[in-house]
Design a protein around this ligand. Structure first.
Ligand SMILES: NC(=O)c1ccc[n+]([C@@H]2O[C@H](COP(=O)([O-])OP(=O)(O)OC[C@H]3O[C@@H](n4cnc5c(N)ncnc54)[C@H](O)[C@@H]3O)[C@@H](O)[C@H]2O)c1
Length: 391
């Protein structure tokens, strides 16, 4: 069974799906690894590094797609709007594709993927169970994003982060406020603290309080309680507009007093709530910075322009998307470890098994045999359940 890695096709993408260090483990499990020449270069991995670890090189993308049984990708069709569609023509029936597919993004792309007859697994659908932690690519990329968001803010902020007592006087520490203390938010708190800032955070899930405090952050409690804050998978539940309105009112003061605000409040498959209005931006001191980690799906700040950095009311608002790709060496390393753990989970004696009794396999399987087969995705797009899914 050949696992193929082509150069990522999303414009500007620097990550690569597998890195050299994971190759020996795959070979040992009976896989072969075929890598397009130059695929890892933008992430800092040379062709010779792959070859030394036992991978073979292919001269072109089309050869990787032609000769591989499994295609390991970062951004597959669905999560790569500009160029992902070109992959459909390269897929062979019976081939398996693993990567980010943005499964709740567009029904059309899910149906087209199904029609291409590939078996696809979407890493976003990985269940949040202990057994699957080593395969959780969303958490890996969120870790990178949380870290980088703080660096982006520090770079733009006209102030330093740490408190300093110098002969020229005392410098007060920057105040960093994080909204949404999930994986990205928690890493942002840890990074801001390492740089010496005073970090505080808010999340509608009460369970987040202890995690924020354990990283040395102050948890901001608001006198508002979310109905049924957390679902059984650990994600926040969608709230109504009246709740968000109240959140905005209560968050106003904290936002106004912060030098940096990093909103990362999302609910899977839903448009992120607007938690920072134009008036709230106006209330911040000139030079303050907002790094909107929800930008990819519209943003938590009303003035965010996805993919851009803008200045509004004297406040820099960064809405970059695909932030994980800007730390490509470690983003690729973490992603490759996640994918390898997943491949080793699916593979037995060098063959992929699609055992639907297994929660990890069943939950991540997106398309097979020409159909969108994932029950959550079918329900999300109001497709009728498949006969085997009816209970
Ligand atoms: N294998 C596992 O057990 C596992 C793996 C990953 C994450 N987790 C846990 O799951 C939880 C969510 O993780 P995530 O980072 O993927 O979440 P996420 O990216 O879906 O959301 C980010 C954060 O935003 C918060 N949020 C959403 N709407 C909000 C609002 N209106 N106001 C304030 N906050 C809002 C969420 O509660 C969440 O903490 C975390 O507790 C994390 O530790 C568990």
């Amino acid at each position: 069974m050949i696992v193929g890695v082509a150069r990522e096709a999303f414009p500007g993408e620097r990550r690569v799906a597998l890195v050299p260090v994971v190759v020996p483990g795959l070979l040992k499990a009976g896989f072969e690894v075929l890598v397009e020449a130059g695929a890892g270069l933008n992430a800092g991995y040379r062709d010779t590094d792959y070859v030394e670890k036992g991978a073979r090189l292919a001269p072109s993308r089309s050869e990787v797609f032609r000769d591989s049984d499994v295609i390991a990708q970062v951004l597959c069709y669905g999560s790569n709007d500009p160029t992902g569609k070109d992959d459909l023509a390269l897929y062979r029936g019976g081939q398996t594709v693993i990567g980010f597919h943005r499964p709740f993004g567009s029904l059309e792309s899910a149906l087209q993927l199904a029609a291409s007859s590939v078996t696809s697994f979407s890493v976003e659908l990985m269940p949040r169970i202990t057994r699957a932690q080593s395969m959780d690519a969303l958490s890996s990329m969120a870790t990178i994003c949380g870290y980088k968001a703080v660096l982006l803010a520090a770079d733009r902020l006209p102030r330093m982060f740490p408190m300093l007592t110098t002969a020229a006087g005392t410098i007060t520490p920057a105040r960093v406020f994080i909204i949404g203390a999930g994986v990205a938010g928690l890493q942002a708190i840890a990074t801001a603290r390492r740089l010496g800032a005073v970090a505080s955070a808010y999340d509608l899930r009460p369970a987040a309080k202890e995690q924020v405090q354990s990283l040395g952050g102050r948890f901001i409690e608001l006198p508002i309680e979310a109905a049924d804050a957390e679902d059984k998978r650990g994600y926040a539940k969608q709230q109504d507009e009246a709740f968000f309105q109240r959140q905005r009112e209560l968050l106003s003061r904290v936002v106004a007093e912060s030098d940096v605000v990093i909103p990362a409040a999302v609910v899977p498959g839903k448009k992120p709530p607007v938690l920072i209005t134009s008036d709230m931006v106006k209330s911040m001191a000139p030079g303050s910075v907002i790094v909107d980690l929800a930008a990819e799906r519209g943003g938590n700040c009303e003035l965010t322009k996805p993919g851009q950095r803008v200045i509004e009311h004297g406040v820099t608002i960064i809405g970059y998307i695909n932030v994980a790709s800007t730390v490509p060496y470690h983003a690729s390393q973490m992603y490759a470890k996640n994918l390898t753990a997943f491949l080793l989970h699916l593979g037995k004696e060098g063959k992929l098994q699609t055992n639907l009794e297994d929660e990890i396999t069943r939950d991540t399987l997106l398309t097979r045999g020409g159909e969108v087969v994932n029950a959550r995705v079918r329900e999300f797009f109001s497709l009728s359940p498949l006969p085997t899914q009816e209970s």
